[in-house]
Design a protein around this ligand. Structure first.
Ligand SMILES: Cc1cc2nc3c(=O)[nH]c(=O)nc-3n(C[C@H](O)[C@H](O)[C@H](O)COP(=O)(O)OP(=O)(O)OC[C@H]3O[C@@H](n4cnc5c(N)ncnc54)[C@H](O)[C@@H]3O)c2cc1C
Length: 484
C-alpha cells in the first residue's frame, strides 16, 4: 500500500522534533502535525524549558550584578528592574528559537501541518484545523509525541491572574513582593530561587514531609541551608485549606494547616500564588482506542525499549511515556524511535540519566547517591569539593556549592556524582562520561583539567576521596602509581 508519508509525528516538542530530524536523515518523508496554531516546539520552547531558563538567566544576571555591586541605597532588585525587561529578554529568545526550529525543519524538508491530530486507523491520522476543517493523512509509521499538561489543584482554581500555574507565571507583569508556591517539585525550587533573586519573599508549602527525595542527603542539606540564606521559607507536611482573593485587603490569602502536631489554621497573605502540581500526559481525544493502544497503570503510553507501543507501527516518545519527562530525555527518545523505525537498530539508551535542577545555584546529579549505595550494601567512600575551595568560584564570588563523588572503596570506580553550585548541569557530564566508560576517580587527577574552571572541583574531590580510602602515606603513594 502507498502512504502519503513514511512517518507522521503528532506533536512538535523535543521528542517530535528529534524524531523528524532523524527520520529526514534516513531520507524519509515526514509530516509533523502540531495543534498549536502559533508556535512549534511544545513545552520545550513555549511554556517549559526554554522560557523558564530564559527568565532564570535574566534573574541570575540581575542577582549577580546586584549582589556584587550592591546598591548604596539598599534598594531591592525589584525596585531597580522591571518584569517587563525580563519578559522582553525571554521573548527575544523564544522568537529566535522558534525561528531556528522552523528553519531546521524546512532545511530538512520536514512538512508541518497545523491542527489537532487524531489516530483513526493503524496508518491514518485525521487532522482538524482551527476552522474545523479535517484532512486525513496516511503513513507507514506514527509517533505520538503530544507531551503533557499541568495538573489542576483539587481545592482551588487557577485564575491565571493572582493564582498561577507554571504556564501563566511566565507572563506575570510585575515582580511580586510576595509569592507563595504550592508544591515542592523541581519547578518549585527553580521559580522560588528565580523570584528570591529578584527580591521577592518566597514561601513554599508542601504536603510531603520531605522534598526532592532523590537528592543525595548532603546536597539536600546544602540546598536547605541556601534556602534559609535566601530567606525562602519552606513548610513541609502542611495541607492547603483554601486559596482565595481578599478584596478588602487587595491580596491573595492562603490558609494551611500542619498535618500533625499543632494543626491550627495559619494564613499567609501574598500577591501571587504559583501552583506546581504534577503533569498529566496529553493522551485524550487522540483516538488511541480506535487502534487499541494500551496505557500503563499510571496512564502513560506503554512502550518497549524501542519506543514502540503494542501496535507495531505506532511509537511514543517524550512526556507521554512518563519518567523522566524531561526535554533532555525526549530528544534522545525521539531520535531513537526514528532509528528503530527506519534504521533497523536495536539501540537503546542508558537508564543512567542525569537530572538538572535550574535553581540559583543549580543542582545536578547522576548515578548512586551515598544513601542509595548504602541501601544496596555497596562499600562506598565519598570525595567532596566545596566551591569555596575552587578558584573559579572565588573569581565569580560564587562560593556556595559542593561537588560530591561516590565511588567504590575497593577499586575507586565512580558510581555517582552529585553537585549543587554554579554550572552543575554542565559539570555533571564529565562525571557522566567517566561513569559511562566504567572509569575510576583517578581520572580526575591523572588528566590535566583547565584552570581556573569549575571542573577543578573534580580534581579536589577525587584527591579528597582517595585520601579517605588510603589516608596519607605509603598506601596513598601506591594508589597514585597504580594504574590497575
Ligand atoms: C516549567 C518547566 C520547566 C522545564 N524545564 C526543563 C529543563 O530545564 N530541562 C528539561 O530537560 N526539561 C524541562 N522541562 C520538561 C520539558 O519541557 C518536557 O519534558 C518536554 O517539553 C517534553 O517534550 P515532548 O516532546 O514530550 O512534549 P512537548 O514539548 O509538551 O510538546 C508536545 C506538543 O504536542 C502538541 N500536541 C498535543 N496534542 C496534540 C494533538 N492531538 N495534535 C497535534 N499536536 C498536539 C502540543 O501542542 C505540543 O506542541 C520543563 C517543563 C516545565 C513545564
Amino acid at each position: 500500500m502507498k502512504f502519503d508519508y513514511d512517518v507522521i509525528i503528532i506533536g512538535s516538542g523535543p521528542a517530535g522534533f528529534s524524531c523528524a530530524m532523524q527520520s529526514s536523515k534516513f531520507n524519509k518523508k515526514v509530516l509533523i502535525v502540531e495543534a498549536n496554531a502559533d508556535h512549534l516546539g511544545g513545552a520545550w520552547i513555549n511554556s517549559g524549558t526554554v522560557p523558564s531558563k530564559s527568565l532564570r538567566e535574566a534573574a541570575k544576571s540581575i542577582y549577580n550584578f546586584h549582589s556584587q555591586f550592591a546598591d548604596e541605597n539598599g534598594r531591592k532588585p525589584y525596585e531597580k528592574f522591571r518584569m517587563e525587561d525580563l519578559l522582553q529578554y525571554k521573548k527575544s529568545i523564544l522568537e529566535n528559537k522558534n525561528q531556528k526550529v522552523k528553519n531546521d525543519l524546512i532545511k530538512n524538508e520536514v512538512e508541518t501541518y497545523r491542527g489537532w491530530g487524531k489516530i483513526i486507523g493503524k496508518n491514518e491520522v485525521e487532522v482538524t484545523n482551527q476552522l474545523n476543517e479535517s484532512n486525513i493523512f496516511t503513513a507507514k509509521k506514527i509517533l505520538i509525541a503530544t507531551g503533557s499538561s499541568p495538573e489542576e489543584p483539587k481545592n482551588f482554581e487557577i485564575d491565571h491572574s493572582n493564582i498561577l500555574n507554571y504556564e501563566s507565571i511566565l507572563n506575570v507583569t510585575h515582580i511580586p513582593r510576595r509569592l507563595i508556591i504550592i508544591g515542592a517539585g523541581i519547578i518549585s525550587f527553580e521559580y522560588a530561587t528565580i523570584f528570591a533573586a529578584l527580591g521577592t519573599r518566597v514561601t513554599i508549602l508542601t504536603d510531603s514531609n520531605d522534598v526532592l527525595p532523590f537528592l543525595d542527603h548532603e546536597i539536600k542539606d546544602e540546598l536547605l541551608t541556601l534556602l534559609k540564606k535566601k530567606n525562602i521559607q519552606l513548610y513541609t507536611g502542611v495541607g492547603v485549606e483554601y486559596v482565595g482573593v481578599n478584596k478588602l485587603r487587595t491580596c491573595t490569602e492562603v490558609g494551611f494547616k500542619a498535618q500533625s502536631g499543632d494543626t491550627r489554621l495559619q494564613v499567609i497573605e501574598t500577591e501571587h500564588v504559583l501552583y506546581v502540581g504534577g503533569k498529566k500526559p496529553n493522551l485524550k481525544n487522540l483516538g488511541l482506542d480506535s487502534v487499541g493502544i494500551e496505557l500503563d497503570e499510571d496512564g502513560y503510553l506503554n512502550v518497549d525499549d524501542g519506543f514502540r507501543t503494542n501496535v507495531d507501527n505506532i511509537y511514543g516518545a517524550g512526556d507521554v511515556i512518563g519518567f523522566p519527562s524531561l526535554a533532555s530525555a525526549s530528544f534522545v527518545q525521539g531520535q531513537l524511535a526514528a532509528s528503530n523505525m527506519f534504521g533497523g537498530t536495536t539501540e537503546n539508551y542508558t537508564n543512567s540519566i542525569p537530572y538538572g535542577i535550574y535553581s540559583i545555584p543549580e543542582i545536578s546529579g547522576i548515578g548512586l547517591t551515598e544513601q542509595d549505595a548504602k541501601k544496596q550494601n555497596i562499600d562506598v567512600t565519598v570525595g567532596r569539593a566545596y566551591y569555596k575551595n575552587i578558584t573559579q568560584a572565588d573569581i565569580g564570588h560564587l562560593e556556595d556549592g559542593l561537588l560530591k563523588l561516590v565511588f567504590r572503596t575497593d577499586n575507586l570506580k565512580l558510581l555517582g556524582v552529585h553537585i549543587i553550585g554554579d554550572t552543575a548541569p554542565d559539570l555533571i557530564h564529565l562525571g557522566q562520561s567517566v561513569m559511562a566508560y566504567d572509569g575510576d576517580i583517578r581520572y580526575f587527577f591523572q588528566h590535566v583539567l583547565n584552570y581556573p574552571s569549575f571542573s577543578e572541583a573534580y580534581r579536589i574531590a577525587a584527591f579528597n576521596g582517595v585520601n579517605r580510602v588510603h589516608k596519607a602515606g605509603v598506601k596513598y603513594k601506591k594508589i597514585l602509581k597504580n594504574d590497575n
